[in-house]
Design a protein around this ligand. Structure first.
Ligand code: ATP
Length: 219
């Protein structure tokens, strides 16, 4: 479902921050993405979310070669991907409930068909009491949980998560991890970037390790 062959990436005229990256992800797989700070994890996720173009190599997403895909077809490919960014990217003028329900609304679903599911998910991530609050009044950990709920609510085919449990306490981290594992069990492929080796051990999924822009291990 995702295939990278000898992919490179640079920002503007700068040096390549990713070099010769090759790997593939199967439908329903779970991988961790680890590596030192600045190694290129976020950059790799940006390529996969089609938010940045490679400087060379081949990227195929859901069977589409990205280099030959029409720009107008990119949004429909992106809608098949859920992403948790490090900076959350919640919409400040919407409530927490509305932020989380947004992917379902954009997909054209009637609110009556998803209201109960969204409320249940809000309760699961510990935001049941905060669903009418606007993001600027949420704590860092609450924003992170809202961003996770929004990414998983529509059961995307692929979930990209960038340090998704970095701002919550260990107990909530474990709870959120169970949410990712359950989503994966329902068929979503997951790529989970983290520095936290205890999470890697808890799930026991294979690890992609990036060092200095190169993928050095794919197990
Ligand atoms: N917008 C940008 N413009 C120029 N260089 C950038 C930009 N974003 C990241 N970089 C550089 O690209 C390299 C890889 O950064 P990236 O954010 O992908 O690393 P990372 O592995 O996600 O790090 P961290 O674990 O700290 O989040 C770094 O050298 C960084 O300085």
């Amino acid at each position: 479902m995702v295939r990278f062959e000898n992919v490179g990436m640079r920002y503007g005229m700068g040096p390549e921050v990713l070099r010769d990256v090759s790997f593939h992800l199967e439908p329903g797989s779970f991988h961790f993405l680890t590596g030192p700070s600045g190694a290129g994890k976020t950059s790799l996720l940006k390529l996969m979310f089609l938010a940045h173009k490679p400087s060379r190599g081949l990227i195929s997403m859901f069977g589409h070669d990205i280099a030959t895909t029409d720009r107008k077809d990119l949004p429909s490919l992106r809608r098949r991907i859920g992403i948790v960014f490090q900076e959350f990217r919640l919409l400040d003028h919407l409530t927490t409930y509305e932020n989380i329900a947004l992917p379902l609304k954009v997909a054209g679903r009637e609110e009556a068909s998803y209201r109960a599911d969204v409320r249940e998910l809000l309760a699961w991530v510990g935001l049941g009491e905060r669903m009418d609050a606007k993001p600027p009044t949420l704590s860092g950990g609450e924003k992170q949980r809202a961003a996770i709920a929004r990414a998983v609510v529509a059961q995307p085919e692929l979930l990209l998560a960038d340090e998704p449990t970095g701002s919550v306490d260990p107990e909530m981290g474990q709870r959120l991890m169970r949410l990712f594992v359950e989503l994966n069990r329902l068929g979503t492929s997951i790529l989970f970037a983290t520095h936290d080796h205890s999470l890697v051990e808890q799930v026991g999924a294979p690890v992609l390790l990036i060092q200095n822009g190169e993928l050095v291990y794919h197990g």
